[in-house]
Design a protein around this ligand. Structure first.
Ligand code: NAP
Length: 262
C-alpha cells in the first residue's frame, strides 16, 4: 500500500490566510496529488483563498469554494448541497476551525460567561459533529473516508491562558472518539492531530502565546517548534489509506512536548 491520492477529493475547512494550519495541510495534499475543495466563513478568507490557490498545482489552481459559517445550520446544509453538486463524493474532511472570545484566553478560567462558553464549544467542538453528520446524511462521504480535526494539548492538560479553548478542545477530542465508534462500522475513520503552538491568526488571541513556543523550544525532545509542514505531512498520512487501521486517535505533532512533565 502506498500514498495514492489519484481521483480523491478532500474538503479543507479553515484557511484564513497563508499561515493557517489548514493551508499547510492543503499544500501537502496538493503535492500528494489530491483534489481539493475549500470552505470559508468570512468573505475576507474567500478572497485570500483565491490568491493562495493560484500557487497550487494545475489540479487545484481553481479549486471550488463553498461558504460555511459553522454556527449556521442553514450554511451547513447549503454547503453540503453545493459540495454534492460540485464534487459528488468526499474522501475526507479537514476541520481546522476554532473560535473563542479572547477576553477569556488569559487570567482566570472561571471568569468565563455563559454565552462565550457556548460560542466556543459550538464553533470549536460541535461544528465537527455537525458537518460530519450533514455530509453522511447527504451521502457525500466515500467508503473509507477519513475525517480529521485539529486540537491542542490544552484539551488534555492545563496550559496557561488556554482556558476556555482547552475545555472546547477536550469536548472536540471526546467527539473524535464517539464519532470514530459510531462511523467505524461503515469504514469511515475519525482522528485528530494535536499540533504544537504555531504562530497563526487564532494563536495571536491566546494570552502570552510566545511563552508557549519558548517552552517547547526549551523542553520538547526535538527542542524546536512545530511547523505547519509537519502537521501537513501527518495529515496526508492520516487521510491516506496508509492509515487505514487508525481511528479515534489523537496524534501529537508537537516535537514531543506532550511527553514532558517538567
Ligand atoms: P487560523 O488560521 O486563524 O484558522 C482558524 C479558522 O477558523 C479560520 O479559517 C476561521 O475562518 C475559522 N472559523 C472561525 N470561526 C468560524 C465559523 N464560525 N465558521 C467557519 N469557520 C470559522 O488559525 P489556526 O491556528 O490555523 O487554527 C486552525 C485549527 O488548529 C484550530 O482548531 C486551532 O485551535 C488548531 N490548533 C492551532 C494551534 C496553533 O498553535 N496555531 C495549535 C493546535 C491546534 P474565518 O477567518 O473565515 O472566520
Amino acid at each position: 500500500m502506498h500514498l495514492n491520492f489519484e481521483n480523491k477529493t478532500y474538503l479543507i475547512m479553515g484557511v484564513a490566510n497563508k499561515r493557517s494550519i489548514a493551508w499547510g495541510i492543503a499544500q501537502e495534499l496538493d503535492k500528494a496529488g489530491a483534489k481539493l475543495i475549500f470552505s470559508y466563513s468570512k468573505e475576507r478568507s474567500a478572497k485570500g483563498l483565491v490568491k493562495l490557490a493560484a500557487d497550487l498545482s494545475d489540479l487545484n489552481k481553481e479549486a471550488p469554494m463553498v461558504k460555511c459559517d459553522v454556527t449556521s445550520d442553514e450554511d451547513i446544509t447549503t454547503a453540503v448541497t453545493e459540495l454534492k453538486e460540485k464534487v459528488g463524493t468526499l474522501n475526507g474532511i479537514v476541520h481546522s476551525v476554532a473560535f473563542a472570545n479572547k477576553d477569556f484566553l488569559g487570567d482566570d478560567y472561571s471568569a468565563v460567561d455563559r454565552a462565550s462558553f457556548a460560542q466556543a464549544l459550538d464553533i470549536s467542538a460541535y461544528s465537527f459533529t455537525a458537518i460530519i453528520r450533514a455530509a453522511k446524511l447527504a451521502d457525500l462521504l466515500a467508503e473509507n473516508a477519513s475525517l480529521l480535526t485539529l486540537t491542542y494539548l490544552g484539551g488534555e492538560r492545563v496550559i496557561q491562558n488556554y482556558n476556555l479553548m482547552g475545555i472546547a478542545k477536550a469536548a472536540l477530542e471526546s467527539s473524535v472518539r464517539y464519532l470514530a465508534s459510531e462511523y467505524g462500522p461503515t469504514g469511515v475513520r475519525v482522528n485528530a492531530i494535536s499540533a504544537g503552538p504555531i504562530r497563526t491568526l487564532s494563536a495571536r488571541g491566546v494570552g502570552n502565546f510566545s511563552e508557549s513556543q519558548k517552552m517547547v523550544e526549551e523542553r520538547a525532545p526535538l527542542r524546536r517548534v512545530t511547523t505547519v509542514e509537519e502537521v501537513g505531512t501527518t495529515a496526508v498520512f492520516l487521510l491516506s489509506d496508509m492509515a487505514s487501521g487508525i481511528t479515534g486517535e489523537n496524534i501529537h505533532v508537537d516535537s514531543g512536548y506532550h511527553i514532558i512533565g517538567y
